[in-house]
Design a protein around this ligand. Structure first.
Ligand code: 5GP
Length: 194
């Protein structure tokens, strides 16, 4: 998505070879028009799929899941994140290890809102190591729902997340795919040949 790539080039802060900060327009302050356009793009990509729910993880996936839900005309659910504690019985849960924060937390979704009749699109802001999204994939499968795809706003293609999801048979779509980055330069996957 060209508009998104331009914003990343203009406003993205590359903190290291692996961490990109996009706080000015994506996940702290949010450009609402861009978020809606991102939702419409997911809507176009998955238009032929009979999606019944969009699923994301709090907090920074919420605005994109909402925008995708609006575009597809379906509700969205955000999985709740907690430090590992005893969970009640009426939730689906998965354990996620965050490599950026070096901590393990639990994500959970109420069994009231996801079940075997659901066809799910998972949406999130970043695909990096894939740990967070694999947790959501596990929840969808535990619920007996059908997973129709994963849409992420930014994929850092030099990390292992996409391969991990594809090994699980998941269709992955990213709107901006970063091939490599270093302070002052971002290369997108499409740019590789130019
Ligand atoms: P994972 O490694 O599980 O794929 O990524 C987990 C979460 O870490 C993402 O949903 C995102 O919120 C955050 N994250 C990973 N890499 C980056 C990054 O380069 N920049 C920002 N802002 N967040 C990131």
């Amino acid at each position: 998505m060209k508009l998104l790539e331009e914003r990343i080039r203009q406003e993205g802060l590359i903190l290291s070879d692996t961490v990109l900060k996009v706080d000015s327009f994506l996940n702290h302050q949010v450009d609402t028009q861009l978020a809606l356009e991102i939702g419409r793009e997911f809507g176009r990509i998955f238009a032929n799929e009979p999606i019944t729910k969009v699923l994301t993880i709090e907090a920074s996936g919420i605005q994109f899941a909402m925008a995708a839900g609006i575009a597809l005309g379906v509700p969205f659910i955000y999985a709740k994140k907690k430090k590992a504690v005893t969970l009640s019985e009426n939730v689906y849960a998965a354990s996620v290890h965050s490599f950026t924060r070096q901590e393990t937390y639990q994500v959970s979704v109420s069994q009231k809102y996801l079940g075997p009749n659901d066809k799910v699109l998972i949406v999130d802001d970043f695909l990096a190591t894939g740990a967070a999204l694999v947790g959501l994939v596990d929840i969808v499968r535990e619920a007996g729902a059908e997973l129709l795809g994963v849409g992420c706003v930014i994929e850092k293609s030099f990390q292992e997340g996409r391969a991990l999801l594809e090994q699980k048979g998941v269709r992955v779509h990213a709107l901006a795919r970063i091939a490599s980055m270093s302070p002052g330069e971002v290369r997108f996957v499409e740019d590789e040949d130019d």
